[in-house]
Design a protein around this ligand. Structure first.
Ligand code: AHG
Ligand code: MN
Ligand code: MN
Length: 345
């Protein structure tokens, strides 16, 4: 018995739960030629995420709920937390040593940092500072989404538009944070997808979901049924198929739609499923933004073994023309996506 207790105690003492910083440094050690700039950038984003998390958690207590009184470049109401999250991310990336510039849902044009350290940095970062922000006031999960590219212009010069308008296939890393029942940061590089849960007792993201793989099959389909009559006939036909496979008819499928893409796609990534935001008759390109909403999730999902398309081509192959361009978006488990594609083609 004593031996058992001693062994348990030793296991607890030696328990090796890697923090986000420890994990990225461990990855770095496998590449002696790496500069550590990507680890630095992920650390900076992790810091901004912790600050945003604190504000999200006390949103009901302080005067940070509600509208900031502005309309953003998308013509949508800006919430105070959108502004806070945007400022935190911009500040940490500007103060860090890895980022030459940023583009954000909340800023009309890209911002190239013009100090010497930033001009000599390797990466640019694009983000949706707060996704699902319409859900803040009602205590539903929201998130942050980010995408990282190696700049195509030379180090030493100021970043330009072409650094930001790269196809998603060129992403070096992409990730998201879900502010939910717990706060999680998930990020992907070409080497894999890993998830970290915030341990509030030490204020660190700890590796909780190593090597995430998206199940090849799933049971969940996520779509805004309110727009059903606005969808293309082929999309409607696929949704019909999903409904026929749904539980009410004794089938395995079920419908789940939170209205916070981060939460919807995160759930489907872990459990298997398909998420759709198709174009509508009024808005043929749909609602979601290619660069800082769809591309990061497409990258993460492909690395995890799933697929993402606009209905015609892989999301990651689209050559972007504008920072805030929208695209129809279909993403999820490989086999569900292939079934969808058989209807769309
Ligand atoms: P954002 O809060 O950044 O503007 O994004 C909200 C997005 C996305 O998270 C969600 O899936 C979608 O809007 C929901 O839109 P509908 O209400 O039209 O379904
Ligand atoms: Mn969004
Ligand atoms: Mn947003």
């Amino acid at each position: 018995m004593l031996l058992l207790i001693q062994t348990l105690a030793m296991n607890i003492v030696n328990r090796q739960v890697l923090t986000l910083d420890e994990f990225t440094i461990q990855q770095l050690r496998q590449f002696p030629q790496a500069t550590g700039e990507l680890s630095g950038l992920l650390r900076d984003i992790g810091l901004a995420a912790k600050r945003i998390n604190v504000e999200v958690n006390k949103a009901g207590l302080v005067d940070i709920l509600g509208d900031a009184g502005e309309i953003n470049v998308q013509g949508e109401d800006v919430k105070k937390l959108d502004v806070f999250a945007n400022n935190q991310l911009t500040a940490v990336l500007h103060h860090g040593i890895s980022c030459a510039g940023i583009a954000s849902e909340e800023i009309q044009d890209y911002v190239a940092f013009d100090d010497e350290v930033s001009k000599n940095s390797k990466y640019v970062c694009l983000f949706d500072p707060l996704d699902g922000s319409g859900n803040i006031d009602v205590n539903v999960s929201i998130g942050t989404i980010f995408s990282v590219y190696r700049r195509v212009t030379s180090k030493g010069s100021i970043a330009t538009r072409e650094d930001f308008l790269q196809p998603g296939r060129s992403q070096v890393a992409a990730g998201y944070v879900v502010y939910g029942s717990s706060t999680m940061l998930v990020y992907a590089t070409r080497r894999g997808v890993n998830g970290f849960t915030l341990d509030p007792s030490i204020g660190e993201f700890c590796l909780s979901h190593p090597g995430i793989k998206c199940p090849e099959n799933g049971k969940i389909y996520s779509v805004n049924h309110g727009n059903f009559f606005q969808y293309d006939a082929r999309v409607k036909q696929y949704i019909d198929v999903c409904q026929k496979k749904a539980k009410a008819d004794g089938g395995p499928y079920t419908q789940r739609y939170i209205g916070s893409m981060v939460a919807d796609v995160h759930r489907n990534l872990i459990k298997g499923g398909i998420f759709m935001y198709p174009g509508t008759m009024d808005k043929p390109k749909g609602k979601l933004r290619l660069l800082y909403e769809c591309n990061p999730f497409a990258f993460i999902t492909e690395v995890a073994g799933g697929k993402a398309t606009d209905g015609k081509q892989p999301i990651l192959d689209i050559k972007p023309m504008e920072l805030h361009q929208r695209t129809p978006f279909f993403i999820g488990s490989k086999n569900m996506m292939e079934e969808l594609e058989s209807y769309l083609s």
